[in-house]
Design a protein around this ligand. Sequence first.
Ligand code: TXA
Ligand code: MG
Length: 317
Amino acid sequence: MATVPATAENIAKAAKALQDGELVAFPTETVYGLGADARNGIAVARIYEAKGRPSFNPLIVHTASFEMADTIGQFSTLARRLAGEFWPGPLTLVVPLRETAGIASLATAGLDTIGIRVPDHPVARRLLSSAAIPVAAPSANLSGHVSPTTASHVQDDLDGKPAMILDGGPTAHGLESTVLDVTGDRAVELRPGAITRDAISSILGQNITNSTAKVDAPMSPGMLASHYAPRTPLRLDTTEILPGEALLAFGPAPLHHHGPMVNLSARADLIEAASRLFAALRQLDRSGASRIAVMPIPDTGLGAAINDRLRRAATAR
Ligand code: TXA
Ligand code: MG
């Protein structure tokens, strides 16, 4: 019986489960989220596995307070103003990540920015303050399905995958949070959602552009790359290493190599490999190698998302 009523006792159990690296589905004012400790790469990898997502996208990190959010991201005057106005609430602010925050690189999909929000739902708030950790949570549905607005939607999609599903009744908005990039001087809407662009514009006294409107505009500091890619070229599915290359290995028998190497998982565990992927790419990117040779990774389970990201990185330039 994974679905339980969101009583004080069950919320306390759920908080403990999150601290222990387990998955918990919980209601927010927008949709139900599938949460995990954002500092625990294995726990975050389990989110992707449970959703069956064929690709890695940065996840929204939920905190109980602005104070905790402020220890994770760098809030400009603009970001602070928006947080002050709309938090707790369905507004996600994308800000520069503090490297000291200890957020798993899989949670931000390797980016050096992070999407954070303080949700406005009594169950989410109690859960987050009692766990006292940042919680990465996408919507609690299978990839490709609609976002869940009741606990039974979550149960239908993810039965048995989260340690607990906290039932807090139907969600109020049924529409995800608005995602706003506030890394630059002006706010840019990355995803329309529960808070309208007009509401944000009238608070700020300035028009909010959306990211599609920015495609034709010149690059500005606020312009976000939506995907992390290393600068060093990648060569995939390799069974040999060429001179000058670094090795991204997988499995118990890595290719013999004296140069820079990271093994994503010596025990060929795809969850472990996913949790290490972005940190490994960054490390090899800094190694000075002229290219990164990547050993074959099975395309099953999380392997599909890992290979998707590696293929994108290989063709990024
Ligand atoms: O209402 C919501 O926001 C729900 C509830 C559970 O809080 N969560 C949710 O999370 O919808 P998710 O992971 O499904 O959506 C995350 C969105 C994606 O569109 C993602 O691209 C964007 O936020 N996002 C997150 N971090 C980002 C970043 N660093 N840069 C750009 N976009 C980011
Ligand atoms: Mg979603």
